[in-house]
Design a protein around this ligand. Structure first.
Ligand SMILES: Cc1ncc(COP(=O)(O)O)c(C=O)c1O
Length: 467
């Protein structure tokens, strides 16, 4: 047996095997999944714009007018008019001075984080941040300090223990999802902005799951918190509510100029393709012209939550479109996923390393294009299926809400506020106070074999490796 085959078998044994499931046709509210019609309850196409006729037409027209590919990095073969147009529109929509596009949200996080923190700097990252943030932290070579989920007090404590700051030796960067991708809860942005200010740290917020739902006109959680223009960099993706592919970073004109000069994933990667950019532009126009779509997403999120709560799932009443059903064990999550598919609903099982071990789940997502009765039917189905496979809906609680309710572990106060421990850990690993409360060498936190630090002069004067 080859080493690769052995590894694959081990993943299967642990309930962590993955495979690509074939969908025929576009990403609508219902899809043909391996030939079977199912309600799609796990897409980030929140506003249902990925297959909207105006979005399709805009992408098709752009392909005829500008071609399919951008040819190279914009710093190499020039920026195209369509890129500039979307950047202007996004900056206006997000009430930001400037905007720059990236190839994807993953690339945006890699590029922005690496531009704002490097060797000798410190990054403070929420323990449930998306993998692209975790990877951005790893690649940056900065020391990574992971704070407990949405715990501003813990963040502040960590900041007190890490010198630096803009005028000191190293820079400090706080980075967070605004809506957490696997839990659907929201970061305490106003408090994070205050803390960033007080500790001379920059703040980067990833709005991937907030655009199209939160805030006035669906402008996002930063707008909802009244912080437009106050966050150093707001990142978002074109691949979710805007139904296309690509991403953006909104910031001051100075910051955008800096990102264009230093963000490696922008400098060394081909620019977003014209049809994808044009599709996102059309979607943004639709979002601005027809805000009822945002209302519809919110009311559908409420309908899904209510239907699940009626089945005994501990789902709080809210308008967040991401609803996790925490199953716990990997194989049980796969079983619930498979049973649901057989009954006509597709909600993917999400397992480690996407979520911490022991918190495998079905991550349900409402879309504006679902009907309320589809969502009610799905809620009822999940109640029935969970019970049928021996799960108690009432116990399927997000782990961080359990932790909030639980007493602090013994000795936590002392460890938190007196001793020396530095709460650095491997990004992406589950938080474990016992283990993580001890000092961890920065090199271990920075993970294995990080790349050489960005050296602007060397990179640009050598002129090498441009995409
Ligand atoms: C919070 C967050 N940021 C970034 C990304 C990556 O975005 P993209 O799919 O555009 O690469 C995701 C994708 O799921 C995400 O959830």
């Amino acid at each position: 047996m080859s080493e690769i085959e052995a590894r694959l078998q081990e993943l299967e044994r642990l309930g962590l095997g993955r495979r690509l499931r074939l969908i025929s046709g576009p990403q609508g509210p219902t899809v043909l999944l391996e030939g079977k019609p199912v309600l799609l309850l796990c897409s980030n196409n929140y506003l249902g714009l990925a297959d909207h006729p105006r979005v399709r037409e805009a992408a098709a027209d752009a392909a005829m007018r500008w071609g399919v590919g951008a040819g190279a990095s914009r710093l190499v073969s020039g920026t195209m008019t369509i890129h500039g147009r979307l950047e202007e529109r996004l900056a206006a929509f997000k009430r930001s001075e400037a905007c720059v596009l990236f190839g994807s949200g993953y690339l945006a996080n890699l590029g922005v984080i690496g531009a704002l923190a490097g060797s000798g700097d410190a990054i403070f990252s929420d323990e449930l941040n998306h993998a692209s943030i975790v990877d951005g932290c790893r690649l940056s070579r900065a020391e990574v300090i992971v704070y407990r989920h949405r715990d501003v007090e813990h963040l502040e404590w960590s900041l007190r223990r890490h010198g630096g700051g803009r005028d000191g030796q190293g820079r400090r960067l706080i980075v967070t999802d605004s809506v957490f991708s696997m839990d659907g809860d929201v970061a305490p942005l106003a408090q994070l902005a205050d803390v960033a200010d007080a500790y001379d740290a920059r703040l980067v917020v990833d709005e991937a799951h907030a655009l199209g739902n939160l805030g006035p006109d669906g402008r996002g959680a930063v707008a909802e918190a009244g912080l437009e223009g106050e966050v150093d960099v707001v990142i978002g993706t074109l691949g979710k509510a805007l139904g296309s592919y690509g991403a953006y970073a909104c910031a001051s004109a100075e910051m955008v100029r800096y990102l264009i000069n230093t963000a490696r994933s922008l400098i060394f990667s081909t620019a977003p393709s014209p049809p994808a950019v044009a599709g996102a532009l059309a979607a943004l126009d639709l979002l601005r012209e027809r805000p009822h779509r945002v209302q519809r997403l919110r009311s559908n999120a409420r309908a899904l939550r209510r239907a699940l709560a009626a089945q005994g799932f501990p789902i709080p009443e809210s308008e967040m479109q991401i609803v996790p059903l925490i199953v716990g064990e990997e194989r049980a999550a796969l079983r619930l996923c498979q049973e649901a598919i057989e009954h006509g609903v597709f909600a993917q099982a999400i397992r480690p390393p996407t979520v911490p071990s022991g918190t495998s789940r079905l991550r349900l997502t409402a879309m504006a294009s679902h009907t309320a009765s589809e969502l009610r039917m799905a809620g009822e189905l999940f109640g029935k299926l969970a019970r049928r496979i021996g799960l108690d809906p009432a116990s399927m609680v997000p782990p961080h809400s359990e932790r909030e309710a639980a007493p602090e572990p013994a000795g936590f106060e002392a460890e938190r506020f007196e001793g020396e421990p530095v709460l650095a850990r491997r990004p992406g690993a589950p938080f474990d106070l016992e283990r993580e409360g001890r000092p961890v060498p920065a090199a271990a936190a920075a993970q294995t074999a990080p790349p050489a630090p960005f050296d602007l002069e060397r990179e640009l004067s050598s002129g090498a490796r441009a995409a």
